[in-house]
Design a protein around this ligand. Structure first.
Ligand code: SDX
Length: 385
């Protein structure tokens, strides 16, 4: 067995950096130019003209829907928003202190047990399960939040679109159209991003021919981490710690000196400004002015200036998580729901890649290069010291 004493001689890619693990036509990222396209359409056009429902159809089916197909898809999304009664009851029994991403994991797995299409493996059956998961995640998040806050749950409103309905179920009142639109854009921007860690987790699970619900639960677990979807809530925590723009320089200087990461910056693929962060920054700026509360945006813009000055040459720029939290803050979304909201948006990206990859499936099974001892005698316990 070829055992290498010194790993310096072996070429391997830590974190699979740069490794092409699949062929995909769902999205493409140009990390140098800072561009993102979904099925060939620039993210900026989708943010300007599309809706989360239309973008979800595009990601799942590969083309923009006709008016008739969009209406059918929207109708199905609205029909499938409600939770099984047992899941609703269970959400009331769960403790209020775990992180909502842990609640989401439990509730998505629980809901799957009552999915009438659970046993269907045909494409039509899988798509119905997919649409049900995408439609139910917002309801799970909103129901859990209302319940932990001691409030009555607010059932989905079939009159409202996906984004507006979430804010309605969360706050118990219809959002103003402008803010519902801003949230809808945020969902579009978070919907899909290639083989990021959570999408890859879903694909690895699905590649064993396990079921779509198990794949989504794997993805939720991966997204929770602070290096991935968990960064957005930590950005707001950092802005609160800094307190004012004039203290940003010292904070960043100390963090970098202590080799601490500034949340919301850096990216495995983007080595320039994340195009999603550009759009989210505009909305963060707009909402800060609308609410006449510029504290967060001023600290954020100061950190951006310092980080680009200090680390821009290393390709470290704001990523999608840096300004999204400020937008969610002004939309009244509680901080610990920022990552569940990311999951709500990304559920379609996870599903699209699972469906695409399993069409030409091969189980994922990379290798590790063994660097442990070549041979060790089995030592009876009496002789071990
Ligand atoms: C998302 O993959 C996706 O597409 C993810 C995502 C999506 O839509 O799915 O875009 C969503 O997860 C965005 C990223 C959210 N996470 C954060 O904001 C956490 C902070 N960022 C980092 O930890 C980091 O930038 C990663 C995790 C995002 C990327 O990590 P990499 O590619 O493994 O880079 P690295 O850790 O090897 O860092 C390279 C260098 C290091 O310095 P050196 O050791 O070479 O001197 O850059 C430095 C790092 O210290 N660095 C940072 C930094 N990010 C990288 N230094 C300070 N602050 C940071 N944020």
């Amino acid at each position: 067995m070829g055992v290498l004493k010194d790993t310096g001689q072996i070429e391997y890619s830590r974190g699979l950096e740069g490794v092409i693990a699949a062929l995909s036509s769902i999205s493409a990222i140009d990390g140098t130019q800072g561009k993102l396209i979904y099925r060939g359409i620039p993210i900026e056009a989708l943010a300007k003209y599309s809706t989360y429902e239309e973008t979800s159809y595009l990601l799942l089916y590969g083309e923009l829907p006709t008016k008739e197909n969009l209406e059918k898809f929207e109708r199905e999304m609205r029909e499938l928003r409600n939770l099984p009664e047992k899941v609703e009851e269970c959400l009331k029994e769960l403790p209020p202190d775990p992180h909502p991403m842990d609640i989401l994991k439990v509730a998505v797995a629980h809901a799957a047990l009552y999915d009438p299409d659970r046993q269907r493996a045909c494409r039509e059956g899988v798509m119905r399960k997919v649409i049900r998961i995408i439609a139910q995640i917002p309801t799970i998040i909103a129901y859990y939040h209302r319940t932990r806050s001691g409030k009555e749950v607010v059932p989905p409103d079939p009159e409202l679109g996906h984004a507006a309905n979430f804010l309605y179920m969360l706050h118990g009142k219809r959002p103003d159209e402008e803010e519902a639109k801003i949230f809808d854009v945020a969902l579009i921007l978070h919907a899909e991003h290639g083989l990021n860690a959570s999408t890859f987790a879903a694909m690895v699970t699905a590649s064993t021919l396990s079921d779509i619900n198990s794949a989504i639960v794997s993805a939720i677990g991966a997204l929770k981490g602070p290096l991935h979807g968990g960064a957005n809530e930590r950005v707001l925590k950092m802005l609160d710690e800094i307190g004012s723009a004039d203290k940003a320089e010292e904070y960043v200087h100390n963090a970098l000196k202590e080799k601490r990461r500034i949340m919301g910056f850096g990216h495995r693929v983007y080595k320039t400004y994340d195009p999603r962060a550009r759009i989210l920054k505009e909305y963060a700026e707009y909402l800060s002015n609308k609410y006449n509360d510029r504290k967060y945006i001023e600290i954020g813009e100061k950190i951006e200036e310092i980080m680009i000055r200090e680390l821009g040459k290393k390709g470290i720029f704001p990523n999608v998580d840096f300004y999204s939290g400020i937008v969610y803050h002004f939309l009244g979304i509680p901080r610990d729901l920022f990552t569940p909201v990311f999951a709500m948006a990304r559920s379609v990206g996870w599903a699209a890649h699972v469906c695409e990859y399993t069409q030409n499936n091969r189980i994922f099974r990379p290798r590790a290069y063994y660097i442990g001892p070549e041979y060790v005698e089995y030592n009876p316990i009496e002789q071990r010291r």
